[in-house]
Design a protein around this ligand. Structure first.
Ligand SMILES: [Zn+2]
Length: 332
């Protein structure tokens, strides 16, 4: 069975929550581009439950790499949203805008090893070069990988500012996802050389996340299954940079009509609306836990109260069942 991104998972063998000696450190990693909605509340709740059910800690990291879309009012807003829902963190908040030096050091390390090259492709070039099937992530065909110095100079002279890409080998990355099972991706075929720095100088999400997770001791990563295909890239970067990996768990997405993933556009899923409808944060949490299979009922419950019976077994496996979780919305 194959996910849209090309990653594939085995049958639904679940490995259980990791044991071992390391203290578990999970993270909330919101982008301050809007308020919380049912989809990211669900992912945050599972992240908290996975860490806390193992006596672990939570880190709050504000992922504001995208300076233009990150708004100060949302930075305060997301923190208030987490607190209001009883999703407390133990360390942070950390901000990616403070971390440029660390990203630069990792970038330099990769560059010294000759693993990075400039890519001059425009969005239109990239679109023309790859014709992804519907819903699939385009794979970069390596257009700029072997440009000569003079070909590069010509593009620079024409005023093109390059992005920077990491060369990936014909290697297969395999990891055991707590929810999706064993997942594999062939880097060169299913992922392609991926962005490390954008043409505007901002470091790419994959690099920042890997550097931050290591620096902040994060070893439990829970997020939406739409990011499943990022994980092999991040594991490959961890290997190159000599950083420890993490236990990954990719939760099903909450979808609106026609399998469109829930977003800020869905007003009935926005936290303010949910509080209006359900009256208390515990009623919001309990409802989301009930419809996603985290809890047997939709009765009000705080995250603490859900800890007792917490198990990932009730969540649908996106590969086996080929389903996401439909958001019942205001008409439920
Ligand atoms: Zn290119």
């Amino acid at each position: 069975m194959t996910a849209a991104c090309g990653a594939s998972a085995s049958d639904g063998e679940r490995t259980g929550v990791p044991g071992g000696d390391r203290a578990v450190v999970g993270r909330f990693a919101p982008s301050p581009t809007g308020r919380m909605h049912a989809g990211n509340i669900f992912a945050a709740l599972v992240a908290w439950l996975v860490a806390k059910s193992q006596g672990g800690r939570m880190v709050l990291r504000v992922e504001d790499l995208d300076r233009e879309r990150s708004k100060p009012q949302f930075i305060d807003g997301v923190q208030r949203d987490f607190e209001a829902l009883g999703l407390y963190w133990d360390e942070g908040p950390f901000f990616q805008h403070d971390r440029d030096e660390a990203y630069q050091a990792a970038f330099a390390h990769l560059q010294e090893r000759g693993l990075i090259y400039p890519c001059y492709c425009t969005r239109a070039d990239l679109h023309a070069a790859s014709a992804p099937h519907h819903g699939e992530k385009p794979v970069y065909p390596g257009t700029c990988r072997s440009l000569s110095a003079s070909e590069r100079a010509k593009r620079e002279a024409a005023g093109r500012r390059p992005a920077q890409r990491l060369t990936v080998p014909d290697e297969t990355i395999t990891f055991d996802d707590l929810i999706q099972g064993v997942t594999t991706q062939r880097l060169d075929i299913e992922c392609g050389d991926f962005l490390i720095q954008r043409s505007d100088g901002a470091f790419a999400y994959q690099l920042a996340v890997v550097v931050d997770d290591a620096a902040q001791g994060v070893n439990s990563v829970v997020r939406g299954v739409d990011l499943l295909c990022s994980t092999p890239q991040q594991i490959y970067l961890q290997q190159l940079l000599g950083l420890p990996s993490a236990q990954y768990a990719h939760v099903p997405l909450l979808v609106a009509e026609q399998d469109r993933r829930l977003s800020k556009r869905d007003k009935d899923a926005a936290l303010d609306e949910l509080l209006e409808r359900f009256k208390t944060p515990a009623a919001v949490i309990g409802y989301i836990a009930g419809i996603t299979g985290l809890a047997p009922t939709t009765d009000p419950a705080t995250p603490e109260e859900l800890l007792d019976q917490f198990s990932l077994d009730g969540l649908p496996d996106c590969f086996i069942d080929n389903v996401q979780i439909r958001w019942p919305g205001a008409t439920a």
